[in-house]
Structures are given as structure tokens and as C-alpha cells.
Write a protein that binds this ligand. Structure first.
Ligand code: ADP
Ligand code: ADP
Ligand code: MG
Length: 495
């Protein structure tokens, strides 16, 4: 039985209220994104009889999302400019007769201006209001909002830091080690740990310069560094009728340089009481700001202590594993909510079953400090079999452009027990053939087979504490050797 079949049997779906059908039905939706998430949104549209419109810049001309969407429009030669211009994108949505826009993740997904322009032009924005994006996208504002709602936040500054002198005073108050963080940061960038005043003095200007370059804002703040925490985040969904539910949590503790590599749902490392508490906390957090659409409330866990870290006001890369354990199609719910409908589920309708793991297969060389490894995919064979889902926009012959994120494939597995799911994850990696570029897949096998992972007993320091896991053999697979031989023979004999 497939993953979805298993999960669906455990769900009681609330029947759609016929009155709901009079709400604004979305007919045509523009996707302001690229790659696998654009394709994910095209798929949701196709299942909902919504016409999908892709936008792309020339380096992405051969992207699968461009081919698969119902309509596609080029936004010029520049690899990035087209994806980062809110007014141009919203105007295109109007010109092409779209009544909705989905921002995906990254790019403009947490840019309040994009949402605001949609509101102005009467385009249904698939996400929360521009005001909520603005408020929660600012990490210090979000901390204030959460404190007011009674959600425990990581100890730190009340607002942004004025200068290094204030940073020194605040760090002494909070106690070392501290984290200096970019207020509008994301994607793991603009965060530095400082263990002493000396380090603070040297790192402070670095975070400012990184934040200015990456996020166009020099604002920074300071938090107590929680030692060896678990990163646990809760998926929430809200509608415009005031309903908010949670879809349980994900454990994203397997990270490198504050970026997630492997994600798990639900966390195999927390108790039922903690799960219940975190779910409640996330619903409180989302309700307190009138949250609409899919969002994620991120927490750090240390022993019994829980600290709010940030809220992501968009679909996340790892929404997939929550879909696998709950059977809820999160992108579909986002679109329904943008139509003004109520959520399809009440909290009591939502249950989870088994475990899901997502591996972010990146085009990077782990043995060479994770240097990006872009280029042509000479051969790709997708993993399959029971409980396997692949979200990707790559195919054999596709050339990964060097201008974007290095994540090229999300390999997701589901199974009833932790033991089965870890075995399945390793097996699925072995199923896959992905040649022509270096990837993180073989490295992930090392992580999956480590006893601390299997126990399970790991936190955000796992990767840095296990450098030996990089010493795996990257002997070429026989099929790759055979392909290389065949290519050489063909070249030699002039075929
Ligand atoms: P998730 O929380 O969904 O796991 P990540 O933090 O991995 O998301 O980010 C997903 C993508 O979005 C990455 O390409 C990342 O660089 C980008 N991203 C996230 N936040 C921001 C931001 N504030 N500004 C620019 N890009 C961002
Ligand atoms: P981003 O917006 O880039 O996702 P986050 O604030 O979510 O940034 O932090 C990303 C990661 O950095 C966390 O998952 C965690 O591993 C680490 N981190 C952030 N803040 C702290 C902290 N105060 N103490 C310890 N680790 C932290
Ligand atoms: Mg985060």
C-alpha cells in the first residue's frame, strides 16, 4: 500500500460546506518561484483544475517547472533579477489574467511588498497578509509579539542593537556564549556565535556586513546561545475565518552551518507531552498574530526548556514530511485558504502515522568543504518502491545552473516505525543514480547509519561533532563505470 493510502485511512475529512463553493474560486495562478517548489505548486494546481503560470529567467529555460506549467513567461537574461522584482511579477500576473500568486520559499516569499502589491491589485496572495509577513519576518518584532502572547522566547535583546557598545553590555547581561543574528535573516545566514567579548567585537561587524549584503538590512540583535539544542518546528495552518490548527512537528536538528540537511516528522526525540505542548504553543503563536495560510513556528529545545526562535511565514522546504505523516496536502490547503474558504480539517481531524525523513540532496561536494558542484546531469534514475517520494525538477540531460540554491532533489521516505524508516532512507539512496555532479547523498548514508542517529539521540551539533563521517569511500558505482566505458568506446569508434 502506498504512503497516502495508509495515511488517508486514518483521516476523517470534513465535508466541504456547499456555501463555501461561492467563495472566490481561483482559476489561474502565477508561481513566483523556480525549481522543485515551482513544480510542486504546478502539481497542486493541476489537481485543483487551476491553470498554472510559470515565470523564468533564461538560465532556467529548460527547467521542468517551465515545461510542466500550463503557461510560461521569460523574465529576461539576468539569472536573478526577474525572480526578485515584485512590481514586475504582479503586473505580469494581472496581464496574464491570473487571479492568484504563490510565492514558494526563498526569493520574495517573505517580502511584504509582493503580498502588498497583490492585495492592491486584487490578486489572491497564497500566504498571510503583508502586515503579518512584515511583523514576523522581522525577528525582533516577532520576539516581541511572542513575548506578548506568552510564548517563551530565547533570552536576548528586546530590540535591535544600536552599536557594538550596546552589544557588549547586552551580551554581558545575557551571558556568553551569545548569537549575533541578522534581524531579517534567513536560510541559516547572518548568524554567528560569540564565546567572549573579543569574539563579539570581531564577529559583530561581520554579521552586519553579511546581513547588508544578503538581506539589504544592517539590523542585528543578540540572543543567548542555547548549547546543543534540538531544532523542533511546528507546522501550522490558518484560515481567514479565525481557525488555526497544527500538523505536528518536525525535527530539523541535523544541520550544517545552521542550514538543514535532513528533516524528520514527527520528532523521534520528544515525549507525547512535549509534542502536545509544542503544538499548543504554535497554535497560540499563530492565532495571536491572526495567522492565515501555512506557516512554521521554530523552537529550540534544551532538556525541558522550550524557546521560540522564529516564524517562517511561507511554505517550507520540508513541508513534504508533514504531508507524508498526516496525509494533508499543505499546498492545496494554502490555495483553498487563499480562496477564502475554511480549512478542510479541524484539529481533531488531524492525526499522524509513522515517520517520514527528508534528505536534501544538494549539488555539493562534501569532501571538498561542500563546494557547489553544478553542471550537467549525465544520468538520473529516480529511487522508488514502497514509501518513497521524490520532489525534484531535475532530469537526465538537465544542466544545473550555477546561479541558484544547490539543493537539487528532495528524497522523502515514510515507514511505520523509526527502525524501518531509517533503513528505507538508506535503501532509497542506494536506489538512486545521479551522475555528472557531486552530491551529498553518500554523506547522508553515513549520518543515517550512525548509532546516535539510529538511537535516536542527536542535536544541532551532530554534524560538527562527527567530521569522521566525511571519510566515506566515493568509489564509483559499477553502473557509472559502465556508462563511462560505453561513452569512451562510443567516442573512440566514432559512433
Ligand atoms: P526552510 O525553513 O524552508 O527549511 P531554508 O531556511 O532552507 O528554508 O530556506 C529555503 C530557501 O530560502 C533557501 O534557498 C534560502 O537561502 C532562502 N531563504 C530563506 N530565508 C531567506 C531570507 N530571509 N532572504 C532570502 N532568502 C531566504
Ligand atoms: P534562519 O532564519 O536562518 O532559519 P534561525 O533563527 O531559524 O535562522 O536559526 C537557524 C539555526 O541556527 C537554528 O536551527 C539553530 O541551529 C541555530 N540557532 C539560531 N539561534 C540559536 C540560538 N540562540 N542558540 C543556538 N542555536 C541557534
Ligand atoms: Mg529558521
Amino acid at each position: 500500500m502506498g504512503v497516502d493510502n495508509l495515511v488517508w485511512t486514518t483521516l476523517r475529512v470534513k465535508l466541504t460546506d456547499p456555501k463555501d463553493m461561492s467563495k472566490r474560486k481561483i482559476k489561474k495562478l502565477l508561481i513566483a518561484n523556480r525549481g522543485e517548489i515551482a513544480l510542486r505548486i504546478v502539481r497542486a494546481c493541476a489537481e485543483m483544475s487551476i491553470r498554472s503560470v510559470a515565470i523564468y529567467t533564461e538560465p532556467d529555460r529548460y527547467g521542468l517547472f517551465v515545461k510542466r506549467a500550463d503557461e510560461s513567461y521569460s523574465l529576461g537574461e539576468d539569472p536573478l533579477a526577474g525572480y526578485l522584482h515584485p512590481a514586475r511579477i504582479v503586473n505580469l500576473a494581472v496581464e496574464t489574467g491570473c487571479d492568484a500568486l504563490h510565492p514558494g520559499y526563498g526569493f520574495l516569499s517573505e517580502n511584504p511588498e509582493l503580498a502588498r502589491l497583490c492585495e492592491e491589485k486584487g490578486i489572491a496572495y497564497v500566504g498571510p497578509s503583508s502586515a503579518v509577513i512584515q511583523r514576523m519576518g522581522d525577528k525582533t518584532e516577532a520576539r516581541k509579539a511572542m513575548t506578548a502572547a506568552g510564548v517563551p522566547v530565547t533570552p536576548g535583546t528586546d530590540g535591535n542593537l544600536a552599536d557594538i557598545d550596546e552589544a557588549i553590555i547586552e551580551a554581558a547581561r545575557v551571558g556568553y556564549p551569545v548569537m549575533v543574528k541578522a534581524t531579517s535573516g534567513g536560510g541559516g545566514r547572518g548568524i554567528r556565535r560569540c564565546d567572549s567579548e573579543e569574539e563579539l567585537k570581531s564577529q559583530y561587524p561581520r554579521v552586519i556586513s553579511e546581513a547588508t549584503k544578503a538581506f539589504g538590512s544592517a539590523e542585528v540583535f543578540l540572543e543567548k546561545c542555547i548549547i546543543n539544542p534540538k531544532h523542533i518546528e511546528v507546522q501550522v495552518l490558518g484560515d481567514s475565518h479565525g481557525n488555526v490548527v497544527h500538523l505536528y512537528e518536525r525535527d530539523c536538528s541535523i544541520q550544517r552551518r545552521n542550514q538543514k540537511l535532513i528533516e524528520i516528522a514527527p520528532s523521534p526525540q520528544i515525549s507525547e507531552e512535549q509534542r502536545e505542548y509544542l503544538g499548543q504553543l504554535a497554535v497560540t503563536a499563530a492565532s495571536s498574530v491572526g495567522y492565515v495560510s501555512a506557516g512554521t513556528v521554530e523552537f529550540l529545545l534544551s532538556g525541558d526548556d522550550v524557546y521560540f526562535m522564529e516564524m517562517n511565514t511561507r511554505i517550507q522546504v520540508e513541508h513534504t514530511i508533514t504531508e507524508q505523516i498526516t496525509g494533508v496536502d499543505i499546498v492545496r490547503e494554502q490555495i483553498r485558504v487563499a480562496e477564502g474558504r475554511e480549512l478542510s480539517y479541524r484539529q481533531e481531524d488531524i492525526s499522524y502515522r509513522g515517520f517520514a525523513i527528508q534528505m536534501r540532496i544538494n549539488a555539493e561536494d562534501p569532501k571538498n568543504d561542500f563546494l557547489p558542484s553544478f553542471g550537467r546531469i549525465t544520468h538520473y534514475y529516480a529511487p522508488g518502491g514502497p514509501g518513497v517520494r521524490v520532489d525534484t525538477a531535475i532530469y537526465t540531460g538537465y544542466e544545473i545552473p550555477p546561479y541558484y540554491d544547490s539543493m537539487c532533489l528532495k528524497l522523502i521516505v515514510w515507514a511505520l516505525t523509526w527502525e524501518e524508516v531509517t533503513a528505507r532512507a538508506e535503501r532509497a539512496i542506494d536506489d538512486m543514480r545521479l551522475h555528472g555532479i557531486k552530491t551529498t547523498a553518500a554523506y547522508y548514508k553515513q549520518i543515517l547509519s550512525h548509532e546516535d542517529f539510529q538511537q535516536p539521540d542527536f542535536n544541532t551539533s551532530f554534524v560538527v561533532e562527527h567530521p569522521e563521517l566525511l571519510n566515506y569511500s566515493d568509489k564509483r558505482h559499477p553502473s557509472e563505470v559502465a556508462l563511462a566505458l560505453a561513452a569512451a568506446v562510443a567516442a573512440y569508434s566514432g559512433w
